[in-house]
Design a protein around this ligand. Sequence first.
Ligand code: GAL
Length: 640
Amino acid sequence: MLGVCYYPEHWPEAWWPDDARRMREMGISFVRIGEFAWSRLEPSRGAFDFGWLDRAMDVLGEAGLKIVLGTPTAAPPKWLMDEHPEIAPIDEQGRSYGFGGRRHYNFSSDVWRGETRRIVETIARHFGQHRALVGWQTDNEYGCHGTVFSWGPEDLKGFRDWLRRRYQTADQLNEAWGNVFWSMEVRRFDEVPLPAMTVADPNPAARLDFWRFKSDEIAAYNLMQCEIVRAHSPGRWITHNFMGFSNGFDSWKVGNALDFASHDSYPLGLAESFLPTEEERCRWAETSHPDIAPFNHDLYRGIGRGRFWVMEQQPGPVNWAPWNPVPKPGMVRLWTWEALAHGAEVVSYFRWRQAPFAQEQFHAGLNLPGLSIGGHEATAVGRELETIGRLPEPGQARVAIVYDYEAAWVLRVLPQGQDFRFPELVFRWYEAARRLGLDVDFVAPGAALDGYALVLVPSLPIITQAALAALEACEAVIVFGSRSGSKTWNCAIPANLPTGPLAELTDVRITQVASLRPGLHDAVDGNVTGNAVRWREYVETDADVLGRFESGDPALIAKGRSLYLACWPDEKLLASVMKYAVEEAGLEMLDLPEHVRIRRRGGYTFCFNYGGPDWGCPADAKLVLGESVIRSQQVAIWVN
Ligand code: GAL
């Protein structure tokens, strides 16, 4: 169940056999290679040099390693960029990005798509049947370094075509976007501008559609790569390594073309860049917050339709966050077990050996050249896995979170309060559920909700018919968060006012909304208690009111099995709402301290201490790994 990312092109060929042998000794079975090697595979146009990679694959294969090959499109070589500068993405000011890093391509460039077809096909034909090759990774981290968007002529052309297909006539486009406002009407599709560099904000409907267009371009680009690989490399699976907390494109759609999803798990880098307050960033600097990696494991397991890998696992300090601490002893092992607890089929460390050159010199590897601390911890997991043997299959959780990428986009293009951050909101709901010891699945809006006892919808502004049908059909307790049903498909206010299509399910009509600047809050009391912060809504309803704001206005509304929470809850209110909903749903719950988490996989319960006081596992637990007192940075597994 362990893997590693390896760059044979970075090391003398004489080292490869020993590297491969040592990987096997550590318990590593999978090795990912090749995803940035274009300049070595095709040093100039048409002059392919595959010999070195053939030999590397032979060496790795002979050592008993199974190979995952990356398509090399994340790093187009210099000669190609010189030949076709139009491949480079263009910023909002119309400036082209230069050569010298990576991901310097635009998904909407025709030439680039042609070049992609050419290199992927050539590589898939040549390496696709290698006996050690088990699977493929398309590209590398779509959207990394802010590369979802590009603002050049080809983007404009593609966008206009996309709009033409969507709206057929300019009048219908004007109508859908509300272009009569500020005289934004166009007569023809070729008059539509890119929604950038306007004096006042561009129309949010235009920005949302441009985002959808770009997301569709990425899904189509990935599908194109998958189709080529499948044609020439039969019997091998295909995945893509998504990034944690990435909302730039619709990963559900990209995931549809893959056999399963994988993601790159950097718990400390993400703690530093995702957590919102200084206090939290310091608290979790060396262990990471106990829900950061798990959130992404659960989300990508959903995107992989029940299957996922960690393609890159942080093995020590990284190089790319504003500050990059060393993980506390034990954390690399703990993160590995946490991924396995969430159903990861393989955890693959990034990278085998620290690179003493170029951009990522400060990034740890499993070797320094000799084993690093992370290398020793990975070895320990390898041994433990050998002792424990096959882990049981992970089952469906009882709690689901509906996760919608369009929600992230709508709330960005029309925020109305600058701290209404969708990813943070969902993260808080997830955290609140996990503090109660619950396992959580993520589902796409519109996916069937059978088998769940509790469905959480932290915010779902646009309710498609499919989403509505799934919510209506489901028998679970559903908790809707604020702004659900607040926008039409075109980012307008629904005619019946929010909650729009959810009006019947929730019996909630929103007449006004207030965003609350930091420092302001509105107390909530009743069956639940705490504070509204950041956002609060004014509700008309005939349904039961379970919690009220100070003014007496409804804050938590219940109709049948659906609850609607009309604010952004602070920690206390969210915990209180979550407990209420979990009781309603008839689920058992724990009350875990901030640093302890539990996750089940089949009959195994895994417990993790993310840095804090000891935690005792239940007296009757039959331990499979660890001790009954789980100390800081330690893991235990028991059978119930
Ligand atoms: C990932 C990327 C790797 C490497 C790594 C460093 O985002 O896929 O190539 O750059 O980060 O942490």
